[in-house]
Design a protein around this ligand. Structure first.
Ligand SMILES: Cc1cc2nc3c(=O)[nH]c(=O)nc-3n(C[C@H](O)[C@H](O)[C@H](O)COP(=O)(O)OP(=O)(O)OC[C@H]3O[C@@H](n4cnc5c(N)ncnc54)[C@H](O)[C@@H]3O)c2cc1C
Length: 511
């Protein structure tokens, strides 16, 4: 039976919230009950109880939702699946079964130790499968192996029929293939409660990887150098990065606002496509592109990176050198980021890019990353620019998944984190101004200003990085799902499997 948490339970205070401390916005916005489920049978009982008593259910697995979709549920009920966290119920895999409450780090560990396979999912260890996979789910190995949802072969899901009855379903490419496709990337919370993900096959992780980190200090950074950094980064992924030889390399450029002082940084994970690190030519060539600059690698650690030391005295520094280049076994490397952003207030935005940065875009980013606003502390404001593409961009996946973005080479995440509710207005102003300005420049679509509308340069936004601000554009669904048949298809699925629109939130598929 589900564990039911009500307002008088001491656990209520922490369990009514997710990781983004902005939600619920007020006490009145909070759910009145939380149903903790340990099995799919529990989830079915809880869901029936919630719906039969006329409450609105919102669904939670890892609680990392960027927006208010789960925690803002005035007087409703949160169906919490975090305890449904098993990886396979038996040793006889495949198929591999993952519960929605499995946190990514635990999932990687179990899949690796038991079966020697992995999921090409995200870098935050405490994000859970429930929201992550249903929204696509990408990470360090996605250029090599695609999105997490690309590997899905079946899903167990609870839907509600027109009479308010819970219907358990197991859907795959042959049974209710329309609903299955919708579970492969259209985002969670809007169709039903996923209680299990199933994969017939999963990729093997690399035997080892090489990690490198380059820092770019703000001290001495000029607009010209900044533009050169962004253009060097973008051009690589637009050109050389399309070659399958490079797909084992993933890089994230973290452009932190100047207010924090310090530096910006780039983390790189590399392996050859066969999962070894025997040939480092691709990595060395990549690193060399950023080294019109300073100090040598420390420690070089057997990677044979001759180029770093050789370039030691070359020209005007852009970066302070490659700070670490090290070989690691894959498991140690993938456990690196466990930051959850817990207990902070946060606002996020996203964009896909099919090309590198233009001069105008890079200049605009520099302007906002060095901007000051009176009485607003902009420390903790960051643009994370991920390399993308590779195996994700296999066009045949457009037909069988709900991820429309299959031509991008970069994925951008705009973020700002703060603690005090009094700073909400300033923080929101900064991130909104940046985004609107960036997508109103000479390279943006004149009919869709202020957004990364689909064009030769952009491919909209990522549903796992949802942004309620986009609701002010009538075409917001197309930003997330493209201009083709995908969104109308998802609406058909919605009407068929959730006829009373029981599962809804601000950005769920409209019936
Ligand atoms: C620190 C951090 C790092 C991140 N890093 C990455 C990354 O590297 N790559 C990446 O792709 N994404 C990343 N994300 C985004 C992440 O994938 C999404 O926020 C994801 O939706 C979170 O899933 P969750 O289950 O943890 O969150 P939840 O808040 O529980 O759920 C998120 C959404 O999915 C729905 N949902 C949850 N469980 C279910 C279910 N069982 N059935 C149906 N719907 C469900 C919810 O209703 C909600 O709408 C990151 C997020 C954070 C906070």
């Amino acid at each position: 039976m589900p564990i039911i948490i009500t307002r008088d339970d001491p656990r209520y205070v922490s369990l009514q919230k997710g990781h983004n401390a902005r939600f619920p916005e007020t006490e009145l916005d909070a759910a009145k009950r939380i149903f903790l489920c340990e099995t799919s049978a529990d989830a079915a009982v809880a869901l029936q109880q919630i719906v039969s008593s006329g409450l609105r259910p919102t669904i939670r697995s890892g609680g990392h939702c960027y927006e208010d979709f789960v925690a803002n549920n005035p007087g409703g009920a949160i169906l919490d699946l975090s305890l449904l966290s098993g990886v396979n119920d038996s040793r006889s895999a495949p198929p591999y079964r993952i519960g929605p409450g499995v946190q990514l780090w635990n999932g990687y560990l179990e899949l690796y130790k038991r079966y020697g396979v992995t999921l090409p999912g995200g870098t935050c260890g405490t994000v859970a499968a429930g929201g992550h996979i249903s929204g696509g789910g990408y990470g360090l190995l996605s250029r090599l192996h695609g999105l997490s949802s690309d590997w899905l072969t079946a899903v167990e899901i609870l839907t509600i029929n027109g009479s308010g009855k819970v219907i358990p379903r197991r859907v795959d490419a042959r049974h209710e293939a329309d609903l299955f496709r919708a579970c492969r990337g259209a985002g969670g919370g809007g169709l039903g409660v996923i209680t299990s993900y199933e994969f017939d096959k999963l990729p093997q992780p690399p035997v080892e990887v090489v990690e490198a980190y380059i820092s770019f200090p703000w001290e001495g950074m000029t607009e010209e150098k900044f533009v050169s950094l962004l253009k060097t980064f973008g051009e690589y992924w637009e050109t050389r990065g399309q070659d399958p030889e490079t797909w084992g390399m993933f890089a994230v450029l973290v452009v932190a606002h100047q207010a924090g002082g310090g530096h910006m940084g780039m983390s790189i994970q590399f392996c050859n496509p066969n999962g070894t690190c025997r040939d480092l030519t691709v990595l060395n060539d990549y690193l060399d592109r950023f080294l019109q600059c300073g100090s040598p690698a420390s420690p070089a650690d057997g990677t044979g990176h001759a180029g770093l030391a050789a370039r030691k005295d070359a020209g005007d520094p852009l970066c302070s050198g490659v700070h670490t280049v090290r070989r690691r076994n894959w498991l140690d490397a993938t456990g690196g980021n466990n930051s959850s952003g817990s207990s902070t207030r946060a606002k996020y935005k996203s964009a896909y890019m099919k090309r590198g940065f233009t001069q105008a875009e890079a200049r605009c980013i520099y302007k906002h990353m060095t901007r000051t606003i009176p009485n607003v502390d902009l420390r903790g404001s960051v643009i994370e620019i991920d390399s993308y593409g590779g195996a994700i961009n296999r066009k045949e996946l457009l037909e069988t998944t709900s991820v429309a973005q299959r031509a991008s080479v970069l994925k951008l995440q705009f973020m700002t984190f703060w603690g005090d509710p009094e700073d909400d207005a300033g923080r929101l102003q900064w991130i909104r101004d940046l985004y609107k300005d960036l997508y109103s420049g000479p390279d943006s679509d004149p009919d869709h200003k202020e957004t990364p509308w689909w064009s030769s340069r952009h491919e909209g936004c990522y549903i796992n990085y949802p942004d309620r601000d986009m609701l002010s554009y009538t075409y917001w669904p197309q930003l997330y799902y493209g201009q083709g048949e995908l969104y109308p298809f998802l609406q058909t699925v919605k009407r068929k499997y959730d006829p009373n629109n029981i599962f809804h939130h601000a950005m769920s598929i409209r019936p």
